[in-house]
Design a protein around this ligand. Structure first.
Ligand SMILES: [Zn+2]
Ligand SMILES: [Zn+2]
Length: 401
């Protein structure tokens, strides 16, 4: 791992603060016109506009509206990718902000507007200091994080090649964390997230004569409890695993036994082995119960994002750099992973790297009271974006020193 050079943290923060007004303007413009999924032409246009005038090699995506902007430093060296995701969520916004969403039913409630703006700021800062870089920085503006596998498409379109990427860093805003502070951890940071659909098929009939039918409803209910029991009895207690049945659909009225019942839910784990174990056990458990009651059952698994795993060496290096620049009171390690998920995991499966949280708790609000990511009331302290710009730039300047 690279040895750390001494960076002038005060100078870096001052440079980042100089970019803050433009960064806030860009963030608000993106916030006002949020877009969903992998096709985000308006957001892409704003990014290209923000990068104009900089000497960057720019590639836009084919399958997705990504922007990969490469800054080639003065000397030869490794390549670091820095990422900002671009997409919003299909939900209404109720923040009352002046720059609130003008697109009905779409909101930047995960802070990806801030991620884009901070990354554009970091590109500008690092461009001004490109003589200090030995190697290249790829700025990845990535669509489709919210369940659309955007990062995977970017990898398929060559993100990690030409030049070959050696390390990767992404920052995610977090309203429930003191503004301007950074948290991360080595190893698993976020969970895998997979979905399942279980369809139980019996034989319909009259509710007064269940013995003449095969009622799928009690069988489905038994599956819910059996799946919970199976997990607590078979998964190592030190390996977190969550299985939640979030929806049950069955029946139409009080006096009819329906033909089928459907269960859908999610599985979260923080290591690949437990992930396979839990997903594999669903079929085994529900087949056994269906068989006991004369039902048939189909299981459909929808594989979502893998576990987000931070490389221990790169985490160590980054925490050192960020502590030097921001101060020890602003950088801390999380005691445990959280069970949310991220498609940055696809990149971290292939390249050693890191994801970290940036505290953006609004002024005058206790962090544990702040409206979280994915809330219709989610707000951020925009001043913290200066810390985000400095964090991106510090890692690049140190890694490519
Ligand atoms: Zn999100
Ligand atoms: Zn997010």
């Amino acid at each position: 791992m690279t040895t750390r050079i001494a960076l002038d943290g005060n100078r870096l923060m001052a440079d980042a603060r100089d970019l803050l007004a433009d960064t806030i303007r860009l963030r608000r413009r993106i916030h006002a016109e949020p877009e969903l999924g992998n096709h985000l032409p308006m957001t892409q246009a704003k990014i290209l506009d923000a990068l104009s005038g900089l000497d960057l090699e720019i590639r836009t995506g084919d399958a997705v509206s990504s922007v990969v902007a490469t800054l080639i430093g003065d000397g030869a060296g490794p390549t670091l990718v820095l990422r900002g995701d671009m997409d919003a969520l299909p939900m209404p916004e109720d923040t009352g902000e002046k720059f609130a969403s003008s697109h009905t039913g779409v909101m930047h409630a995960c802070g990806h507007d801030a991620h884009v703006a901070m990354l554009a700021g970091a590109a500008r800062l690092l461009h001004a200091r490109r003589r200090e870089l030995r190697g290249s920085v790829k700025f990845l503006f990535q669509p489709g994080e919210e369940g659309h596998h955007g990062a995977r498409y970017c990898i398929e379109e060559g993100l990690l090649e030409n030049p070959k990427v050696d390390a990767a860093f992404a920052l995610h805003v977090f309203p429930n964390l003191q503004s301007g502070s950074i948290q991360t951890r080595p190893g698993p940071m976020l969970a895998s997230s997979d979905e399942f659909t279980i369809t139980v098929r019996g034989r319909g009939g009259h509710a007064s004569a269940p013995y003449m039918a095969v009622d799928p409803i009690p069988v489905a209910c038994e599956m819910v409890t059996a799946l919970q029991t199976h997990i607590t009895r078979t998964v190592n207690v030190f390996k977190p695993a969550v299985l939640t049945v979030g929806r049950i659909i069955a029946g139409t009225t009080t006096n009819v036994i329906p033909e089928s019942a459907e269960l859908t839910g999610t599985v979260r784990t923080v290591d690949a082995e437990t992930r396979e174990q839990v997903l594999g056990s669903i079929e085994q458990v529900v087949q056994g119960i269906a068989g006991a009651h004369g039902c048939r059952v189909d299981v459909e698994l929808d594989y979502g994002y893998p576990v987000t795993v931070n490389d221990a060496g790169f985490t160590d290096f980054s925490v050192g750099v960020l502590t030097d620049v921001l101060g020890a009171d602003r950088v801390s390690l999380m005691p445990a992973p959280i069970m949310g998920s991220e498609d940055w995991s696809y990149v971290l499966e292939r390249v050693p790297g890191l994801m970290a949280f940036l505290g953006v708790c609004p002024d005058g609000v206790e962090p544990n009271q702040a409206h979280a990511c994915h809330s219709n009331l989610m707000r951020i302290d925009e001043d913290a974006m200066a810390v985000g710009i400095a964090a991106h730039a510090a890692l690049a300047l140190s890694y490519l020193a």
